[in-house]
Ligand binder design. Structure first.
Ligand SMILES: [Fe+2]
Ligand SMILES: [Fe+2]
Length: 330
């Protein structure tokens, strides 16, 4: 049923006059910033786009635990280990909220998981890059959670009620994540020469993949126009990317690190930085599965799904037993 999900859902945006009465009523609610709830009428394209977007967001939270979970046993101090453990657990929680939000649209978590494992649904391309050193955990918190916040803060006002409410809670936790990452970077950047080099190297490797997190430039973004009319998307990809660069460059300067972009310069006239675009060919290659860690990430999820089969079977059997006992008692 959701096989078409990864494709674009519409051709152009309809005007109110072109809509049937129920669609017009829906659009007027969206325009008036009234939240759409699970039982309300909604266009099929809206439902499908939301399932794709929320499902992919949920998968990203879950797959995003892998590069960081990789460092839990190797965190340099007990305190760092506890903080990282708590952060990774937060991401699991985000995944669960979001799967639940997507389920209100008529898709099950099992279906979404199967679509992830079969490659029909994606997760954020950033998690296909490996975390090679402890400084990478700092860079991930600072840049990746930082970019996630930039994306997610406007989504607190998204038109679909369950998604918007999930975002409000998630954003509170994300700002902690970014601070813990920046705190690691501070320690490294102000530490020994070797630590400073490690911090710079992490920034070098994560800078462009972080810029890619906002998606392709507006001209090449297939879902944008309709999604913005539906208020599933609030800002354009380029707009958010610019905001992220403007916010992050001074933070890098404060750390005494150099953003790996020779063209980076403050542009007084536009009141923002000029900066180089990421390599979009690399982005599309990673999306297609050719990133450095795509294979490992999906294998880890497949193994987790297979290893968890006995738990799912056990819970289903137990629920069935309770149900039969209840029926017999009645
Ligand atoms: Fe998260
Ligand atoms: Fe996070």
């Amino acid at each position: 049923m959701y096989a078409q999900m990864v494709k674009s859902t519409g051709t152009g945006v309809k005007s109110l006059d072109e809509m049937e009465p129920e669609e017009r009523a829906f659009q007027e609610k969206v325009d008036a910033d009234i939240r759409i709830e699970a039982r309300d009428w909604m266009p099929e394209g809206y439902r499908k786009t939301l399932i794709r977007q929320i499902g992919q967001h949920a998968h990203s939270e879950i797959v995003g635990q892998l590069p960081e979970g990789n460092w839990i046993t190797r965190a340099p101090t007990l305190e760092r280990k506890m903080i990282l453990l708590a952060k990774v657990q937060d991401e699991a929680g985000h995944g669960l909220y979001l799967y639940s939000a997507a389920e209100t649209l008529g898709v099950t978590r099992d279906e979404m998981t199967e679509m992830l494992l079969s490659g029909k649904m994606k997760y954020s391309s950033i998690f296909n890059y490996p975390t090679l050193t402890w400084a990478d955990i700092g860079a991930v918190g600072w840049l990746v959670d930082g970019a996630a916040i930039m994306n997610q803060v406007p989504l607190q006002r998204t038109s679909y009620g369950p998604y918007s409410r999930a975002m409000i809670r998630i954003c509170k936790e994300e700002s902690f994540h970014q601070r813990q990452g920046y705190d690691i970077m501070m320690k490294m950047a102000k530490g020994s020469e070797a630590q400073k080099r490690m911090a710079q190297d992490a920034l070098n490797r994560f800078w462009y993949p972080s810029l890619m997190m906002f998606g392709p430039s507006d001209a090449n973004s297939v879902h944008s126009e309709q999604s913005m009319a539906w208020k599933i998307k609030i800002n354009s990809n380029d707009e958010l990317r610019r905001k992220f660069v403007d916010q992050t460059v001074p933070q890098a300067e404060y750390l005494g690190l150099t953003v790996p972009d020779d063209t980076l310069a403050w542009n007084e006239e536009k009141g923002g930085y000029d900066f180089a675009e990421p390599d979009w060919d690399e982005f599309f290659d990673v999306l297609k599965g050719a990133g450095p860690a795509n294979h490992d990430r999906l294998e880890a999820r497949k193994t987790a799904w297979d290893d968890g089969a006995w738990v799912r079977d056990g819970l289903t059997a137990h629920a069935e037993k309770k149900r039969t006992a209840k029926v017999a008692a009645e």
